[in-house]
Design a protein. Structure first.
Lengths: 249, 249
């Protein structure tokens, strides 16, 4: 195995889905203070889109996803990476079991979001736009509440339908339709007096720069994870990074 | 080594630079006829931005780049990939020596461009926008002439300066300045009666969708390489793909 010769520092378990991983890799690159190629992080990205549907696995209690995530973690370990990022929120259902199997530091996406919020969101009530699998698993609720935020999901039944549609549309490559659905989900948030929303599925992150939150503070889990990885590996200082999220409208 | 368990089919040697690789991965994803994650290609991307400057290595005759490219190829071999893509034109200077060391099929970026041109560019005279290393190596000249095209570079001294500036600006993350320089390079092409131009450095590919060729037929080496990989691995049929290049203006 010659991975060590390449000095690979970060391992990415991606392809969940591929557009979300491309978005993560691009944001990681753009957030790096670099003037030339050599200033960037040596990394390896495994894109394994054949992984079974994460939400279905959580709801049915299947371990098939875990088996493949473990194979990915072992491959990254063999390549000698220091840290691992998984730009898929739902896959964090298996975070503890993956962490137990590796000496690499897996950077938790929700901890990254919480760090990001602590730097610039003064409110407390936050809507979480996520897959039913992520919501059912409960790791967002737990980590947000521990950090002093109020987790909420708009009560309108059509809110989650719009979120699900936006995610499915990105997976099918239809960003335009996905953006309309995401805009509708944001509208439900505003109608219920919510001030901030987390793009807590990285498929939604693909639209983080184009979509109009019309007054909502939008937090992007992919940007937050990228920033956390760069900090952890010493490529970014501990100061506030203004590019992490923004207030639109 | 558990890479085989992941069924990785394509290996990408990237980070040369990172934005160009992110562009390649995104185009590969977008060009895949997919309705869901599982329709996409399982792949591994090695991002090794610490690789020494390719142009300098070619001009000075150094073998240091080759050593690291070989380490990357061996890592991908150990992971069991069928094909390898290198979304960096200049690195193709070492193509023959890399091919000799692997049983995987390395997809040549210039052959990909030529395949793409054969499908829809009726002219013959083509400007090549590339690094001095690529131009000095001669592999574009050779492969274009073999395929019946006339290789040309505008005679104005400032043409190559604009190309070099565009590439350096992308590496420094300044896409806006890079786009201006690329627009100037295109202007030199038109002034010399050239009808088509190849973005023959994948840093330039990052701007393939935004920049205005004002009448020039633009061919993008990153899109062409992505398409060639998908065809080679059976994810795209052999028919013409209209998204590969475009006539602007």
């Amino acid at each position: 195995m010659t991975g060590d010769a390449l000095g690979l520092r970060l391992g990415i378990i991606g392809g969940l889905g591929p557009l979300a991983s491309a978005d993560f890799y691009r944001k990681l690159t753009e957030l790096t203070p670099a003037r030339a190629d050599t200033d960037h992080l040596p990394l390896v990205l495994l894109s394994i889109p054949q992984l079974p549907d994460r939400t279905q696995a959580i709801l049915s209690g299947s371990d098939e996803v875990l088996t493949q995530l473990l194979a990915a973690v072992r491959t990254l370990d063999a390549l000698g990476v220091e840290s691992i990022a998984i730009p898929c929120n739902t896959a964090h259902h298996w975070f503890d079991r993956l962490t137990a199997e590796t000496s690499a530091d897996i950077v938790h996406i929700v901890d990254s979001v919480v760090e990001d919020m602590a730097r610039s969101f003064a409110g407390r009530r936050v809507a979480v736009l996520a897959t039913p699998g992520t919501l059912s698993s409960g790791f967002y609720q737990h980590r947000l509440l521990s950090a002093g935020y109020e987790f909420c999901v708009p009560s309108s039944a059509s809110f989650q339908r719009e979120v699900d549609r936006a995610i499915a549309d990105v997976k099918a490559g239809d960003i335009q339709s996905a953006s309309v659905a995401l805009g509708e989900a944001f509208r439900h948030c505003r109608e219920e007096g919510i001030e901030a929303a987390i793009l807590a599925c990285t498929e939604l992150s693909v639209m983080s720069r184009e979509v109009d939150g019309a007054g909502l503070t939008i937090m992007d889990s992919n940007s937050a994870l990228a920033t956390a990885c760069l900090r952890r590996l010493g490529l970014l200082a501990g100061s506030v990074q203004p590019a992490l999220h923004r207030r639109i409208g």
